[in-house]
Design a protein around this ligand. Structure first.
Ligand code: HEM
Ligand SMILES: [Ca+2]
Ligand SMILES: [Ca+2]
Length: 302
């Protein structure tokens, strides 16, 4: 038994509308929430598959949960999934997994920001155990990840080269905290620094001061349009304004350079490749059939 496009046809046919209508007011009141939900999905799927393991709170069958992992710094808006889950439970009790709701919420985040509307197969089940935060720290990519490691992570999920470059286009939304780019601003040897365009580097060094105690609070925008799901991420990276090492390195790496240029020029091809990459990410390591559980409450593994 796998995932299917009509999984809730009999048990909760309106689930996709409940998710969409439930999130709409949240997106309007807090425009940072779409970015948060998209990253939340990646961090769930990357650790033990897309099974809502990241939503489990301590004291509910597990002591140190994934959220204690330092790589989950900046993860927020988990409560939106719980809120949508309670709306779904009110109409279709004990039918729809938190894992499916989380993937649908990320899909809505992309669509509501002007990105593609992605058709997602459903039928994921929720984990009945939460991995240790140490495993999460081992599996989530560090802020210093380069192209080779990035390509390994996504090839492992069945993505093509183009899909791997496209999924990083998720960085068209949201922000990066200064703590995650300190090493690029101050740690690099001469020459390596040139990957950042000089006036932008000066701006970043002003915003993110060396060794600043507030580097976990101050942040910079991932691209000039952090609320719009567009291809500005690629245009911006080509101008030498990529924030993270991966954002900058994809522009010059011989494997990825042409795809970055292509997505910077052709938003339709970016949307197409992102959509198929997103579905592959959303299928990664899922529990189906009689595996796992349908949680009543996304915070508790019951
Ligand atoms: C090698 C791959 C990746 C690396 C190294 C990476 C790294 C990071 C880092 C360090 C941040 C900044 C977090 C912060 O300071 O708060 C970030 C933000 C973000 N990432 Fe990634 N990322 C990767 C892949 C992805 C993927 C596959 C997605 C989604 C499909 C994604 C979506 C996001 C989003 C939306 C944000 C902004 C979050 C917000 O504003 O709340 N990233 N990423
Ligand atoms: Ca997971
Ligand atoms: Ca953007």
């Amino acid at each position: 038994v796998g995932l299917s496009y009509n999984f809730y046809e009999k048990t909760c046919p309106q689930v996709e509308y409940i998710v969409r209508d439930g999130l709409r007011p949240m997106f309007l009141t807090d425009p940072t929430s779409p970015a948060a939900l998209l990253r939340l999905m990646f961090h769930d799927c990357q650790v033990q598959g897309c099974d809502a393991s990241i939503l489990v709170d301590p004291g509910h069958g597990s002591e140190a949960t994934e959220m204690k992992a330092s790589k989950n710094f900046g993860i927020k808006k988990r409560e939106l999934i719980s809120m949508v889950k309670s709306m779904v439970e009110a109409q279709c009790p004990q039918q729809v997994s938190c894992a499916d709701i989380l993937v649908l919420a990320a899909r809505e985040a992309v669509a509501a920001s002007g990105g593609p509307r992605i058709n997602i197969p459903l039928g994921r089940r929720d984990s009945s155990h939460s991995p240790s935060y140490r495993l999460a720290d081992a599996l989530l990519p560090p802020a210093t990840t380069g192209v080779a490691d990035m390509l390994k992570i996504f090839a492992n999920k069945g993505m093509t080269l183009a899909e791997s470059v496209a999924i990083l286009g998720a960085h068209t939304l949201g922000i990066t905290h200064c703590s995650n780019i300190q090493n690029r601003l101050y740690g690099l040897k001469n020459g390596e620094f040139r990957a950042i365009e000089p006036t932008f580097a000066a701006f970043l060094r002003l915003t993110c001061q060396r060794g600043s105690l507030t580097s976990n609070l101050s942040f910079v925008l991932n691209d000039p349009t952090p609320f719009a799901f567009d291809n500005e991420y690629y245009v911006n990276a080509m101008r030498g304004r990529g924030l993270l090492r991966i954002d900058a390195e994809m522009v010059s790496n011989p494997k990825t350079a042409r795809l970055v240029q292509h997505f910077a020029m052709n938003v339709d091809d970016f949307f197409r490749a992102f959509s198929s990459a997103f579905v592959k990410l959303s299928r990664y390591g899922v529990l189906t059939g009689k595996q796992g559980v349908i949680r009543k409450n996304c915070y508790e593994m019951k």
